[in-house]
Write a protein that binds this ligand. Structure first.
Ligand SMILES: NC(=O)c1ccc[n+]([C@@H]2O[C@H](COP(=O)([O-])OP(=O)(O)OC[C@H]3O[C@@H](n4cnc5c(N)ncnc54)[C@H](OP(=O)(O)O)[C@@H]3O)[C@@H](O)[C@H]2O)c1
Length: 320
């Protein structure tokens, strides 16, 4: 099968196209013929940074990057009853860990997948995995956002943010999204009630009574976001598992709950997302769709940090 391997972290030139044997599945796994893959900032960080690569893959080299897939079941393990050969499925594979998704075939634990709604393309489905799961797990599982709450989403035009806006609206929240002015209309089109341009010098003064903030930026944005919450509010940050002690103290001083989360593979959550996609409540915005041979260009697009929605890579279905 076609696959892309990485022998060491570095530039996109280190993404090496090769041929590998098909993966062998375990009894709880299915083999997926991949139709589309979505690319996330973590793909880029792992490709570029040896520390991130080691965090995810320990000493294993070369590695196959990638976690987000949509495709077709071609083989099922002896212990799998949830899926049948020929069914179309999507999911985030083994995160935090080794998804090995930059390949024509991927072995996936069945309990990390959901059936792809027929109305959703493989590209849209692949997009709605890591980023959508992160938004769901942040707002629902950890954030416990409820109807009528005021929710602020940073980078509302990005991969995680564009799903978070839609999910927060579905939960009945009043939603405020940040992006640059160029993405204002896009953020409002997702259902956001208000938009804040993060390039405004005092953007944190625009809201001072949010119940919940999803921070997708960290650094100065995280620090300033603490002032955007009402006392007793909650702030979840996702770019890094750590945040500065000064932010901890600032949050404590204002009675703000500050936590960092890491998305986890979950078939249960994937099924909830599949239902929202099927009903048209959740939509993927695919900004660009690259060929598998152009994975380097897909990485470069994500690396700009200016993606609107998601970047997706398509494998030609009959390329084996
Ligand atoms: N902890 C976890 O489990 C987890 C899961 C997923 C992602 N993450 C992390 O979360 C971060 C965001 O991921 P993502 O996939 O959403 O990224 P992304 O798609 O690359 O985000 C791009 C968007 O960010 C906006 N943006 C850039 N700078 C901004 C700023 N200062 N304030 C507000 N918006 C800004 C851009 O809008 P403009 O073009 O208008 O500037 C663009 O639309 C990354 O660091 C990623 O690694 C963590």
């Amino acid at each position: 099968m076609k696959a892309i391997i990485l022998k060491e972290a570095g530039t996109t030139a280190n993404l090496e196209h090769t041929e590998l044997p098909l993966p062998k599945i375990k009894e709880n796994e299915v083999l997926i013929k991949v139709r589309a893959i979505s690319i996330n900032p973590v793909d880029v960080k792992a490709r570029a940074n040896e520390g991130v690569l080691t965090w995810l893959f320990a000493e294993e080299r070369p590695v196959i990057l990638g976690w987000d897939i949509s495709g077709e079941v071609t083989e099922t393990g002896s212990g799998v009853s949830a899926f049948k050969i020929g069914e179309e499925v999507f999911g985030m594979v083994n995160f935090v860990g080794q998804g090995k998704a930059y390949a024509e075939y991927v072995a996936v634990p069945a309990d990390q997948l959901a059936l792809k709604p027929a109305t959703v393309s493989h590209q849209e489905a692949a997009a709605a995995t890591l980023a959508a799961l992160t938004a769901w797990q942040a707002l629902v599982n950890h954030g416990k956002v409820s109807r009528g709450e005021k929710v602020l989403i940073h980078a509302a035009s990005g991969g995680v943010g564009h799903y978070a806006v839609q999910i927060a609206k579905y939960l009945g929240a009043f939603v405020i999204g940040t992006s640059s002015a160029g993405n204002r209309d896009f953020v409002l089109s997702l259902g956001a009630d208000e938009h804040i341009d993060y390039t405004s010098p005092l953007f944190e003064k625009a809201v001072t009574d949010a119940d919940f903030v999803l921070d997708t930026i960290a650094g100065d944005t995280l620090t300033r976001s603490i002032d955007m919450l009402k006392p007793g509010g909650r702030l979840i940050t996702i770019p890094s598992p750590d945040f500065p002690q000064t932010d901890k103290e600032k949050a404590l001083g204002r009675n703000i709950s500050l936590s960092a989360i890491m998305v986890q593979s979950s078939g249960t959550d994937m099924n909830l997302l599949a239902d929202l996609l099927e009903k048209g409540i959740l939509k993927s915005h695919v900004a660009q769709n690259f060929d598998f041979k152009d994975m380097d260009k897909a990485h470069q697009a994500v690396e700009t940090g200016r993606t609107r929605g998601k970047i997706v890579v398509t494998l030609v279905a009959d390329s084996n």
